[in-house]
Design a protein around this ligand. Structure first.
Ligand code: SAM
Ligand code: SF4
Length: 359
């Protein structure tokens, strides 16, 4: 039985292997064609897989200062993460993003990445990172078949970087970005969360930095995830930033897509794409092709809702992949039409931190 949690209730959905065995296929997922289709006809081909809730930073918009992380036994093992990924790929998923927390702080992370890179049918293996470990990992990630990196960067000022991340070292991240380019990564994308009074005076500089380094950059509207208050004062819409950038650059709208919700602009003479991820001002739900799996094995069909389906009991008691496959198919039935983030940012609209769900 699938249990849907209500908004702001503790989101814990249990799906017992016994109930799974008798549960009907919901949604329109088809074993015959091996594809996942939700009840609104959207094909799910993209999974974001979080492999840890831990991180070496404590970004103010993502985590509380004092975080309690999951006990190790509640986190999927690397073998379990691999099994989940394999099953999704069997069901027609072609793109997998590894995320966290900070995925590169997970012990033996390369064991998993190497196996994912070799998965037949997985066309696009990508990773989101804060960049802190890239000096060490960029080359092995490239060799393992990771296609593209997203690296978070909210500021180019070392002191400010320390304030936003509470711990991080900007220089290390900048060296990580260069290490990615030197390892052969192209079209690396910077992710910048827009925060009024914190980094809005640097958006132009960040775009210039991206252009100089031949990187893409996406500006993200802050989302009300987790118990972090005071967001109302810092929220900036994509429109406002677009208008600001338009006063400094010639911006041409582009029809390009990276397969995600970002809308892109180009600057003539530059290879860099300027993207905007606007969950508030431009709801992108009608074309949503993705689901998320947390480090503890919860399958969230929507980042902005609390409904989830717990895969861990299925993984830990199942003797074959059939139950897991069925559970994933069933999740199509609880994929909502969309999130309904409002611009009332002061109260959390979703109780999880982003580091739990994976960005
Ligand atoms: N640690 C990695 C990183 O920072 O890139 C991967 C995980 S992080 C949760 C993924 C992305 O989510 C980052 O780009 C981060 O800026 C973004 N993020 C975290 N909390 C957010 C929030 N409340 N609103 C919007 N974006 C957020
Ligand atoms: Fe860590 Fe990424 Fe969250 Fe920052 S945004 S605290 S780097 S998981």
């Amino acid at each position: 039985m699938i249990i849907c949690s209500m908004r702001n209730e503790t989101p814990h959905t249990e799906l017992s292997p016994a109930s799974l065995a008798s549960s009907p296929i919901v949604g329109n997922a088809s074993h015959a064609t091996g594809t996942l289709v939700d009840k609104y006809g959207r094909h799910v081909t993209y999974v974001r897989l979080s492999i840890t809730d831990r991180c070496d930073f404590r970004c103010t918009y993502c985590m509380a200062e004092e975080m309690t992380f999951l006990p190790r036994q509640e986190v999927m093992s690397l073998e379990e993460s691999l099994q989940v990924a394999k099953t999704f790929v069997d069901l027609g998923v072609t793109k997998l993003r590894i995320t966290g927390g900070e995925p590169l702080v997970r012990k033996n992370v390369m064991w998993l990445i190497e196996r994912l890179g070799a998965l037949a049918g997985l066309e696009n293996l990508v990773l989101t990172t804060n960049g802190s470990q890239l000096e060490r990992f960029a080359a092995p990630l490239k060799a393992a078949g990771v296609r593209r990196l997203n690296i978070s960067l909210d500021t180019l000022k070392p002191e400010r970087f320390k304030e936003i991340t509470r711990i991080g070292d900007l220089d290390k991240v900048l060296r990580g970005i260069d290490a990615a380019t030197n390892a052969g990564f192209r079209r690396t994308k910077l992710n910048t969360v827009m925060m009024r009074g914190t980094n809005d005076d640097e958006f132009v500089d960040l775009v210039r930095f991206a252009m100089t380094k031949e990187l893409d950059i996406s500006f993200i509207e802050e989302m009300p995830l987790g118990e972090i208050h005071g967001r109302n004062n810092t929220y900036i819409s994509s429109e406002e930033t677009l208008a600001l950038l338009g006063r400094h650059f010639e911006l041409l709208p582009s029809t390009e897509s990276s397969g995600g919700p970002a809308r892109y602009w180009r600057i003539p003479g530059s290879e860099s794409r300027i993207g905007f991820i606007s969950p508030h001002s431009h709801n992108f739900c009608d074309t949503c092709n993705r689901v998320r799996v947390t480090a503890k094995g919860e399958l969230y069909p929507c980042l902005g809702q609390n409904d989830a389906l717990n895969l861990l009991p299925v993984l830990r008691t199942g003797t074959d992949d059939a139950a897991l496959r069925q559970a994933i198919v069933d999740s199509m039935g609880i994929k909502p039409f969309g999130h309904d983030f409002t611009q009332q940012m002061d109260a959390p609209q979703v109780v999880r931190f982003m580091s739990m769900t994976g960005g």
